[in-house]
Ligand binder design. Sequence first.
Ligand code: BES
Ligand code: MN
Ligand code: ZN
Length: 505
Amino acid sequence: MKIIFAAPKLPGRGAVAVGVMAGTTLSPSAANLDKATGGALGRAIKGSRFTGKKGQLLEVLGPPGVGVSRILLAGLGKPGELEDVDLENLGGSIMAQLQASGAREVAIMVDAIGQFRRKAPQRAARYGFGALLRSYRFDKYRTKEKPENKPSLAKVTVMVQNPAAARRAFDDLEKIAEGVFFTRDLVSEPANVIYPKSLAREARKLGKLGVKVQVLGTAEMRRLGMGALLGVAQGSDNDPQLVIMRWDGAPKGRGAKGRTRRGPIAFVGKGVTFDTGGISIKPAAHMEDMKWDMGGAGVVIGLMRALAGRKARVNAVGVCGLVENMPSAKAQRPGDIVTSASGQTIEVINTDAEGRLVLADALWYVQEKFKPRAIIDLATLTGAIIVALGHDHAGLFSNDDRLAERLTAAGKAVGEPIWRMPLGESYDKNIDSDAADMKNVGARGGGAITAAQFLQRFVDKGMPWAHLDIAGVTWESKAKPTAPKGGTGFGVRLLDRLVADHYEG
Ligand code: BES
Ligand code: MN
Ligand code: ZN
């Protein structure tokens, strides 16, 4: 989708979108159009339930007296209350309304009036960002889609005074969108296309942007003693991979004045390219969803792309454990005891609780090699988090209140909300084993929490750590304003924001 910024001018064709405030107060652009159309907008509003409430849309087709084919009235609510994410949502809703409408282009008019919290160029950039995010489609395998069902919209022009400033504000957002799209592509690809080696190959492409990418195979992981990750992988003909991505964007030379340089911020992703459950095999219904069980790794890879794309002034490392969880004659069995790289032993009660086994060794690796200042892991880890929070919040677990608060605030700011869940000794006891240091499942209740407790056993004392269980938010069966149904890329914008707000220097 082409997103362009230009000086305001009423277009002679296509669609035009204009703002209307609460109580149906027309923005200057809307008022001009109302006049040019002999009051068609006022009449349309009168004949409808459109009030100008935030997010409302009213489409006026074939307006008289102007060249455009349709006018889209967009409810702004009370301008002083509009957040960036509201503007993005509005841009996304305009995209959704027009994408397959027959309109080929739309001009979004952004008025330079003072009641908003942000200046017009900043607002323009947010409209463009939201429209771009919603325009995403994963349609590469649809060879027979009828032309009349394909998107018609090809171009969005956001019209604003000082379009150059809007374009500048959009530059970073466009890079973030590229990261989100990369993640969406990776989770949407089926497991015969994306398996550990091909996913590692995708990650390697970040080398072009200046990310240093290293990939470990089975032999190297065996040398490191990664028995937990390798145990999951052993049932598959697809060899596991550990992908390590480094973006060193922090200004050099800092810390020279006696201050010891702090380690990178670390992101760790669960990359189970397909989760059959292994010998503890899953039921057939919806098993196809398990192609996106590499969603955590997908976010880490997309995030690294966003950070490198916008040249974030941060040192960040991403580590993804990539495996396929299959049943076979070589697969690990319930009751097997594996030794993780940390030295801790694990009794594998259920081979379907595999994500935590993969993360255990990935968490050890990132701490051993990078001494990070903080770790955030992402994983489609449990069905239990969906029972607890549904599809609207990701689950947050953390040993560090400040990190948890920062993540929560970042999620709120970008419209990727997360909800903090408890950790504690009484939950931790649940995964004590009689045969080994721990077992990989707890009691029936609190399944997302015991999974997090398991991960915490692999986090060094004093290391700020947060775990995001994204099982409920990685894939959506209903569209959201800035995400069509399917892979969401949830987490890329949140973590990019966290980095921008707290870790760039
Ligand atoms: N990948 C699944 C979790 C999952 C379920 C993600 C549904 C997305 C949608 C994970 O590996 C798993 O199978 N977890 C089990 C754990 C159980 C065996 C303790 C679960 O949640 O049922
Ligand atoms: Mn599983
Ligand atoms: Zn899984």
